[in-house]
Design a protein around this ligand. Structure first.
Ligand SMILES: NC(=O)c1ccc[n+]([C@@H]2O[C@H](COP(=O)([O-])OP(=O)(O)OC[C@H]3O[C@@H](n4cnc5c(N)ncnc54)[C@H](OP(=O)(O)O)[C@@H]3O)[C@@H](O)[C@H]2O)c1
Length: 275
């Protein structure tokens, strides 16, 4: 496993995404992921599956202290009083008294950023979250949070895979001393159909998804949270630490990255960075 060590945190760089896993399937997938070796689980209030994540953690028998848990504040919960109330609800559902990382899921169009960040900093001071961060923040929004509001952010979680270059926001997160977590890192399975990735995969005896995830793991300060319901995918996505990409193969994957964005929710999405 690669770990990202930053600001006193030690984050397993390969995590497990849980949207849209729910119910028994959700509990089972989280338990399977922990059994396979994942120690970083990503959930959110909006996914309505924090209880399933908590159930999977409990059933796995893995001590809480060995698992990195990230959750995210829903858009409706960004006012100060809602940050605190909803975080308490998240903790209750997760069956834990702290999360490792609490993120703003989407930048708000109504609640001032400073208000949410201040409430999150208070939660952190009270021990209910170890670190705070953001998701779907652009270069401009990151600058506002870090430079104007002096927020101490660990992470920006954004869509990132071989078909979407995130060079501007990755450079910005590094400039601010933050990590970047790649969501939809296997492009919802589309990596499997790409001829370049298929060619590289044959060379290493791996699958295109494993090649794409390895490409992310080899980037400084980058984590990835592939979601998989199928046990075979859960296992395959974890089996990426026994090989390394040659420079020419990394360059070929770099060259794929364009502007192919999958998650672009009208009414929530910010004015994305040009890539
Ligand atoms: N912050 C945000 O706004 C945001 C937005 C989107 C997602 N996320 C987070 O990021 C996580 C991952 O993103 P995502 O679910 O959008 O996309 P993803 O992880 O790129 O793709 C998941 C899909 O790819 C399939 N898959 C997984 N491993 C595979 C493999 N080795 N080979 C072929 N197909 C494979 C899965 O199939 P099976 O399930 O059938 O195994 C599933 O259909 C989410 O679960 C969520 O936790 C965050």
């Amino acid at each position: 496993m690669k770990f990202i060590q930053l600001k006193g945190a030690k984050v397993p760089a390969l995590g497990f995404g849980t949207r849209p896993l729910k119910g028994e399937d959700g509990v089972r997938a989280v338990r399977d992921a922990l059994e396979v070796g994942y120690r970083h689980i990503d959930t959110a209030q909006l996914y309505d599956n924090e209880a399933e994540v908590g159930g999977g953690v409990k059933q796995s028998g893995v001590p809480r202290g060995e698992i990195w848990i990230t959750t995210k504040l829903a858009n409706a919960n960004l006012a100060a009083k809602d940050v605190k109330r909803s975080a308490d609800e998240s903790l209750k559902k997760l069956g834990t008294d702290y999360v490792d990382l609490l993120l703003i899921h989407w930048p708000s169009r109504t609640v001032p950023m400073a208000e949410t960040l201040a409430a999150m900093a208070e939660l952190r001071a009270s021990g209910k979250t170890r670190f705070i961060g953001v998701s779907n923040f652009t270069v401009k929004l990151l600058a506002e949070a870090v430079e104007r509001h002096r927020a101490d952010l660990l992470c920006d979680q954004v869509e990132y895979h071989p078909f979407l270059s995130q060079r501007p926001v990755l450079a910005a997160s590094r400039r601010h001393g933050m990590m970047l977590t790649a969501y939809s890192p296997v492009a919802r399975g589309r990596v499997a159909d790409d001829a370049t990735l298929q060619g590289i995969a044959r060379k290493y005896g791996k699958s295109p998804a494993q090649i794409g995830l390895r490409w992310l793991m080899e980037q400084d300060g980058v984590a990835a949270i592939p979601k998989a319901g199928r046990r075979a995918h859960i296992e395959a996505n974890f089996a990426i630490f026994d090989f390394a990409l040659a420079a020419e193969d990394r360059a070929a994957i770099d060259a794929l990255a364009g502007g192919d964005r999958i998650v672009d929710i009208a009414g929530w999405a910010p004015d994305w960075d040009e890539v």
